[in-house]
Design a protein around this ligand. Sequence first.
Ligand SMILES: Nc1nc2c(ncn2[C@@H]2O[C@H](COP(=O)(O)OP(=O)(O)O)[C@@H](O)[C@H]2O)c(=O)[nH]1
Ligand SMILES: [Mg+2]
Length: 379
Amino acid sequence: MKSGFVAILGRPNVGKSTLLNALTGEKVAIVTAKPQTTRNRVIGVVEAPARKGHAAAQIVFVDTPGVHKPGSQLDRRMLQEVYDALESRDLVLVLMDATRRVQLEGLAEIASQEPAAEGTEAPQTAEGDDARTADSAEPEQKKRGGWASEDEFLFGLIQKVDCPVYLVLTKIDLVQKEELLPLIAKLSQAHSFAEVIPVSARKRDGLDVLIDRIVAKLPTGERYFPKDQYTDQPERFMASELIRESILVETGEEVPYATAVVIERWEEPRPVSNRPRKKGEEVKSPLTRIAAAIYCERDGQKAILIGKGGSKLKEIGTRARLQIENLLGTRVYLELHVIVEQNWRESKSFLESLDWRNELERISNDQAVPEQNDDEGQE
Ligand SMILES: Nc1nc2c(ncn2[C@@H]2O[C@H](COP(=O)(O)OP(=O)(O)O)[C@@H](O)[C@H]2O)c(=O)[nH]1
Ligand SMILES: [Mg+2]
């Protein structure tokens, strides 16, 4: 059998997480129309059965935050997640939004100009006129320079990897076939891709071809994950992500970007007793009780998150609860409250506390070497 890690890379909002979910057939990563939805690298595992032409394979996809020039400590952490994903991989998929005419203009700049020095403003390209992508209206993007420099940044990243890199054109359900060819030609000038594969995650178009081409490049090896495991994220973290997704959908302006979610309490359902039931007595399905804190940076954001008479928080909660019920397969009682934590996006310690991988590492270290604690002293 074959197995390997495949990193999914791309600018914000090109459909990385949507593709991951379509490939795994599970909701592994949250998806919204807003850029910077994904903050951590997210693993989704796909079992590809043996087919004519290739062996059975386990493909471990690693979805990543969208590549953008970091403005805050949170952004830098997101970029670090991209680097981490690039470190252990057998193949890289670079996703480009097929609807993004402006990318052509950006890459024309790359081909014809010296690379812009770090920190200089790149020429502004016509961002506003491609209404088909939601992130083009994002003011934060504008502050950090034009698309050209951000594409350049992404191409710089893949220049350094030493494994095959595939170009995956996404959202082809939104464009005419003949629009793809000039885009492919232009992108191929910027990097020599081992394969170019157009897909629509939404219509499940091109996914089989993509899987076939990936398996062709994977090394022989055993599974990295048990056969029925589709992600490495703990349920608690997935639940906090679903709450964040709900906030992203239900609020606007800067609120989604200034928000973090922390699960504070998690009570597993009590085992259902199998005592005899009275006639007509309803058997309640199991209930998971979850309490979560929503962190934001300012009082004004808190007011927006809560809404008139708590109405916004209620909407956020209801939407998230339904999703978490789907995830867990139990009923869920979800309690949300909002906390102002000024400038948390710049706080290294706060950002570290959000990372479930740190948390797991800390727990396993605590359990592995309890007797060494004395020698380490300070902390
Ligand atoms: N029409 C269409 N929209 C898509 C497709 N894939 C993703 N999208 C949309 O693009 C937006 C960004 O998707 P997401 O997966 O969060 O992008 P990411 O930031 O790259 O992870 C969402 O509104 C998706 O619904 C696709 O194949 N077709
Ligand atoms: Mg994403």
